[in-house]
Design a protein around this ligand. Structure first.
Ligand code: SF4
Length: 363
């Protein structure tokens, strides 16, 4: 794999091998003026992950290749010194998403695909059976990547598909052939996304000695500041007529997890979306909330929200407290309003009423 390609996939083992080859030590990376650009770029990686959910990528000139590759271990050091697992997850998702986009754009390159698979320890073979090639049936016209067939070893499949939602990812719904699972090119891309995430998330946060964290404090302070502003902004919903402070505990909890870049289950998404639609939030505003989700896809999200909103005839009501309990997402503790209601919408109406009368009293 060419060294320029490692800039796009700096989490590969080959990238660490390259750093060893060029002889840069940890001390060089942390303290030497010669590596200031790598440190700045490392900080930029983390800030961009927080702000946009992706790592800003740009054309890397040949003379900057080393700095770009070195910026990745430096970014890991920064995330580790901050020691926030939320941030670690968010950063890993951003690196994975960026690499996924790059791979999607250069997917015709089978050599790259196989080099990545080898580095990530994933066994991928071309073709739906041993008689077909990556491009489709041997001798046939070249197929689009999305519909080409691949075979991935079932152990790798189980590992990588474990966090993917949807029945199509269940092994029972897949064709198996001699220990390999058949996947389309598009599915393979998704599985690579998971493999990228796992690799970046591996051991993160790592243990970093205190003197190193002290030496990089100017960067970690900057990141902490960005993190606190973004977390504050993320968790507030600025929509006319909607009072976030009146949300029931279950909805606040789901919102907090979503804004923190965490995966939330299908039923949790349904509960959150239907609740927000029922209290009058617009589709566009709800889509914006989902932008922080690790697997965000604007079109899919819009479709799902519009579906719940009734675009296909049935408008869904938010689930009751009883259903929320069966979903395992009722988080009432000693909340006095939770004692009085049977529905999160009932909670919201009561809490809003309470807020209004308190306001009137204070006028
Ligand atoms: S009791 Fe109802 S409103 Fe309260 S947290 Fe549980 S599901 Fe939400």
């Amino acid at each position: 794999m060419e060294v320029e390609v490692l800039c796009f996939f700096p989490f590969l083992r080959k990238s660490s091998d390259y750093i060893k080859e060029i002889g840069v030590s940890l001390d060089d990376l942390i303290y030497s003026a010669a590596f200031e650009r790598a440190r700045d770029r490392g900080c930029e990686r983390v800030i961009s992950a927080i702000k946009t959910g992706e790592v800003s990528s740009h054309h890397v000139l040949a003379k900057d290749v080393d700095m770009e590759i070195l910026s990745y271990p430096f970014a890991r050091i920064l995330v580790s010194c901050i020691g926030d697992t939320h941030l670690a997850r968010r950063y890993a998702r951003a690196e994975a998403k960026t690499a996924y986009k790059i791979l999607s754009a250069s997917i015709a390159d089978e050599t790259l695909l196989h080099a990545l698979a080898e580095d990530l320890g994933v066994t991928v073979l071309c073709g739906g059976t041993s008689h077909t090639s990556c491009d489709g049936v041997v001798g046939a016209a070249k197929l689009d990547f999305g519909v080409r067939m691949y075979r991935i070893h079932f152990t790798d499949y189980l590992r990588l598909a474990s966090e993917l939602r949807g029945s199509k990812w269940r092994l029972v719904n897949r064709m198996l052939h001699e220990g390999f699972v058949m996947v389309s090119g598009n599915d393979l891309l998704q599985l690579f996304h998971e493999a990228f995430y796992d690799r970046v998330r591996e051991n993160l946060p790592i243990e970093v000695p205190g003197d190193i964290c002290d030496a990089v404090r100017k960067y970690t302070d900057e990141i902490r500041q960005v993190l606190s502003v973004n977390t504050r902004e993320d968790r507030s919903i600025a929509c006319d007529g909607i009072s976030q402070s009146a949300f029931p505990p279950c909805i606040s909890y789901l919102l907090k997890r979503l804004m923190g870049g965490e995966e939330i289950s299908h039923s949790a998404r349904f509960a959150l979306t239907s609740f927000l639609l029922n209290i009058g939030m617009r589709t566009e505003d709800i889509i914006r909330l989902y932008e922080k989700a690790p697997d965000f896809d604007a079109e899919k999200t819009r479709y799902q929200i519009e579906h719940i909103a009734g675009s296909r005839g049935t408008k869904y009501t938010a689930p009751s407290c009883r259903t929320m309990r069966t979903y395992g997402i009722c988080v009432r503790e000693n909340d006095e309003l939770c004692e009085k209601v049977a529905h999160p919408l009932g909670y919201y109406a009561l809490a809003k009423e309470k807020e209004k009368s308190e306001k009137r009293r204070n006028m």
